[in-house]
Design a protein around this ligand. Structure first.
Ligand SMILES: [Zn+2]
Length: 169
């Protein structure tokens, strides 16, 4: 699928080869708390009758109780995971915004912790080789993590309130 970046996204970020596949790289520095970009895409449900393939379904951001935001074809599709992220998702009204959680330098890859956009009823897991000292090796939802990992993530204030509000089935 061709990727469409808005004029502003293309000014701020480059999509290029990263450690694993492609990633998003800052073209200039960003300050802590600054909005990097709005994650754009299509809202889909878990329903089998949704015409979405498995890859698209796996690359979604949890959006609310029963919907996921699929960034297929847009910038958010290239956001890689790190267990020591420099960005996090914040829900602002109906928007999912990616914000810097520490200063980001020009040329640095923008990464988030995928566990922070998995709700308690999401069973998705991923093996991680991010190589950071904090690597948890297996990435799963906050609700499914051991207490120590949960405490660390909670202390870092990385998990959006709307994710914590979604209960397990
Ligand atoms: Zn990791």
């Amino acid at each position: 699928m061709a990727t469409y970046l808005t004029e502003r996204e293309a000014r701020d970020f480059a999509v290029k080869k990263a450690r694993n596949g492609r990633g998003i790289f800052a073209k200039h520095a960003f300050r802590t708390g600054e909005t990097l970009f709005r994650v754009m895409g299509k809202l889909i449900t878990c329903d089998e009758d949704d015409e979405v393939d498995d890859v698209t379904r796996a690359n979604t951001y949890r959006y609310d109780e029963d919907r996921f935001l699929s960034p297929a074809g847009r910038l958010g599709d290239f956001l890689n995971h790190s267990c020591a992220p420099n960005a996090k998702i914040v829900k602002d009204g109906r928007k999912l915004l990616l914000k810097a959680v520490r200063p980001i330098e020009a040329g640095e890859e923008v990464v988030m912790d995928y566990a922070t956009i998995l709700a308690a009823d999401d069973v998705w897991t991923m093996r991680c080789r991010c190589g950071t000292p904090k690597c948890r090796r297996t990435i799963r939802s906050y609700a499914a993590m051991p207490p120590k990992a949960r405490a660390a993530l909670r202390a870092a204030r990385l998990i959006p309130a709307y994710i914590l509000a979604i209960k397990a089935w």
